[in-house]
Design a protein around this ligand. Sequence first.
Ligand code: FAD
Length: 317
Amino acid sequence: MTAAELVLKNKETKFSFELLPPLKGNDIEKVYKTIESLKEFDPQFINITSHREEFSFVTNDKGLIEKRIIRKRPGTVAVAASIQNKFGIKVIPHIIGRGFTKSETEYALIDLNFLGIHDILVLRGDDTHKDKYPARTEECNQYAIDLANQVNDFNRGKYLDGTANEPVATPFAYGVAGYPERHEEAPNMDSDLLHLKAKVDAGAEYVMTQMFFDNKKYFDFVDKCRAIGITVPIIPGIKPITTANQLTILPKIFSCEIPEAFAKEIRKCKDNDAVKQVGVEWCTQQSLELKKHGVPIIHYYTMMATQSVRKVAEAVY
Ligand code: FAD
């Protein structure tokens, strides 16, 4: 069953979450611990993010600071496979366009196909802070729709070298990203929605949203999507805030607003333990409202928040 099929058959709101591959040099145990602490809530699937190379400043042997290109979190495909093998939970590795050549993407798809992983999230990839990433535009998929088309070709047995083969036995099923508060580069919401519709028309079976802290933004977004004929499930993605500085960082990175009532509660906190508590309460209320609204699944962003997600799940599931 594909992720979308799983979601569509849910009679009550289910649980899923996203995690990151470990930083280079770390083992996979922390990933396993995260899953151990959340698996009792019956995750329908676990997403594993993907990260391109970026510029980093490191001190060399001579004590001088050097600018190097480093991929800090490789291993998405391997992490996905090891989770699926160890826990038997459906995995959704993220595949990103920018930062990876089309050939690298094709090889990743071949690996995933051999590994029996056929659900992916198709994304353009982070590119907001261009000075953070080395320019590597040639040969890459520029937009998520281009990557979706490469996946469609792959499913049909059409490879980059022009050879035509039989269609793959189990085609990749994929979802795409959606932005209740508009993608920051989009000139306006209507244009963003038209690009989203194009991704769905290309074959995306569901939309997974960027994090939001005001459910109204999600409900309005769903209405707008339905109004232009996007009929696939729109999976809400949310995150419990765990530190005071996320008040400024999250809106900057993810272009999402933090409602003033929530921000006010966070500002009153004396330390991050208190912030965590407020974050859990807010995220729990968001979840309960989404559940009441009948969403088939809620997707949680666990980065720096596993324990908080666990507390939310205890209250909601
Ligand atoms: P696109 O759909 O390509 O859209 C990007 C922008 O271009 C939008 O403004 C859109 O309106 C516009 N656009 C789209 N198509 C066209 C076109 N043909 N011509 C002109 N404009 C167009 N990033 C990572 O690097 N790794 C991850 O693992 C990751 N996981 C994510 C998971 C989720 C659920 C979400 C919501 C985001 C994730 N991101 C991840 C971030 C994502 O890569 C960025 O938000 C990125 O800037 C846009 O990705 P996209 O797939 O939405 O891009």
